[in-house]
Design a protein around this ligand. Structure first.
Ligand code: URP
Ligand code: ZN
Ligand code: ZN
Length: 470
């Protein structure tokens, strides 16, 4: 069993920072001690890593990715191999991807398909949520089986995308009732899809085809209304509810109100909603705005959404930052919507940049160091039944560790990123920190800007129920 000692670093957790050394025994953390405590053991270790002036933190957990997702007439451009390697470069050591059931398909077949895509192809550990795109008796039975036997304890429903993934209110209520019985979590894409489709058709009829109309036809009210409706349905069903990829401050207000009442309602946002905007990005000249088409859409900076989201991250009205990594190249993919914004595949890729972009929020004073770890690793582990195996550097936990250099720097660019994308939504953004070394279950997978891991090292994570309920 290989032994690694990390010395001299500042150990971060969701509650603070301390000087500590970490002893890794095989795939797990053997012990955490005060500085120098393990010095006598150093000669017996296979490797000693000097972490002086570095942060040592639990590996990032990105609970919202879409590798190889068939969507919008094409498929997300990262495979499980390329996407998990890119994730590792960015300090993420676990992902939870979405297995898909479309209307008319069997839920179990959807899960089997996702296992076949990921098995043997991942550089880091991975789990699955299940998208249920056709709620009926059979799908409800499958939910029970997945939560009980397969380690899939969260189910995503869509109030958007009629004809693709959409569920009506009755279907949503039934799925929530089943989730309630199981103790499972419903994840909701909260946008009023049927109403949005009307607005889209009207815009196109007026000749409004440019990418920015993607956001203008998905107004704040459509996210706010759907979020409120989902919360009310979850209240009736008594089901835990997690609203994914939130971008409108009014929708977050609805989550905050529910949380103030003690409800098990949680919100997630993503780097694109913190950093990018309708005015500066989606409204770029010509077709360039297509790179920023995602749903929920980017919002207006003038309306203050980005500032409000950072504030909600501080107050825990938003509990997690994931990426909703759903990459599409401009060439042959985003281009499908050159003359019609509604045909631009929805999605932005950033699985590689989440830890850095969130750390920049520490640098700019938006969040604390402890909150960085909490938002990016510890709460994701607790929310989705992975704690304490993941999300903390503590004896017995998997040795998923990031050495982060706060004196380093990262310049994000498509020229240097490792995601399978011909552009970057964050091109030119500078981060005052750098992922230096990444360890996945005891194995160094990133070192000095090189991938040193092995494809196939990543294991499937059977998850328990949420450990974050009130
Ligand atoms: O634009 C997005 N969000 N694409 C991925 C699919 C989804 O709804 O999460
Ligand atoms: Zn969604
Ligand atoms: Zn998504």
């Amino acid at each position: 069993m290989a032994r690694t000692l990390i010395t001299g670093g500042t150990l971060l957790s969701s509650t603070g920072a301390s000087a500590a050394d970490v002893l890794i025994d095989g795939e797990v953390i053997g012990a955490v001690g005060s500085p120098g405590f393990f010095d006598d053991l150093a000669p017996t270790c296979d490797r000693v890593i000097d972490a002086t002036r570095k942060f040592v933190l639990p590996g990032g957990i990105d609970v919202h990715t879409h590798m190889e997702l068939p969507f919008g007439g094409t498929a997300a451009s990262d495979t499980f191999e390329s996407g998990t390697i890119a994730a590792a470069f960015g300090g993420t050591t676990s992902i939870i991807d979405f297995a898909v059931q479309r209307t008319g398909e069997d839920v179990r077949d959807g899960l089997a398909t996702w296992h076949a895509k990921a098995d043997g192809n991942c550089a880091i550990d991975y789990g699955f949520h299940q998208i249920v795109g056709g709620v009926d008796d059979e799908a409800l039975r499958a939910m029970t089986e997945l939560a009980t036997n397969e380690g899939v304890t969260s189910f995503k429903l869509f109030m958007a995308y009629p004809g693709v993934f959409y569920s009506d209110d009755g279907q949503i209520l039934r799925a929530m009732q089943t989730a309630s019985e199981l103790g499972a979590t419903i994840m909701m894409h909260a946008e009023n899809g049927p109403a949005i489709d009307v607005l889209v058709a009207q815009a196109l009829a007026r000749g409004e085809t440019a990418p920015r109309y993607h956001s203008l036809t998905r107004p704040v009210e459509m996210e706010e209304e759907a979020t409120h409706r989902a919360i009310m349905l979850a209240r009736v069903a008594r089901a835990p509810l997690y609203i994914v990829h939130m971008s409108a401050k009014e929708a977050v207000d609805a989550v905050a109100r529910a949380r103030d009442m003690g409800a098990n309602v949680f919100g997630e946002t993503c780097p694109q909603y913190l950093y990018l905007s309708l005015e500066e990005h989606l409204s770029k000249a010509g077709f360039d705005g297509a790179a920023y088409v995602c749903s929920t859409p980017l919002r207006s900076r003038a309306e203050g959404h980005q500032d409000a989201l950072w504030r909600s991250l501080r107050t825990n009205d938003l509990s997690i930052v994931s990426t909703d990594h759903c990459p599409f190249c401009m060439k042959d993919q985003k281009e499908l919507g050159r003359n019609d914004f509604s045909k631009i595949p929805n999605g932005i890729g950033s699985v590689e940049h989440r830890m850095d972009l969130l750390y920049q929020g520490v640098v700019t004073g938006e969040i604390s160091l402890a909150r960085w770890v909490e938002l990016a690793s510890t709460t994701p582990a607790r929310m989705f039944g992975l704690y304490p195996r993941k999300g903390v550097v503590a004896p017995g936990s998997d040795a998923d560790i990031v050495l982060y250099d706060p004196n380093g720097s990262t310049d994000i660019s498509a020229k240097t990123h490792h995601m399978n994308m011909d552009h970057s939504a964050y091109e030119g953004i500078h981060v005052d920190g750098h992922v230096e070394t990444v360890i996945s279950r005891g194995r160094v997978v990133i070192e000095g800007n090189s991938f040193t891991g092995v494809v196939g090292h990543g294991q499937y994570l059977r998850r328990g129920l949420s450990q974050y309920l009130v």
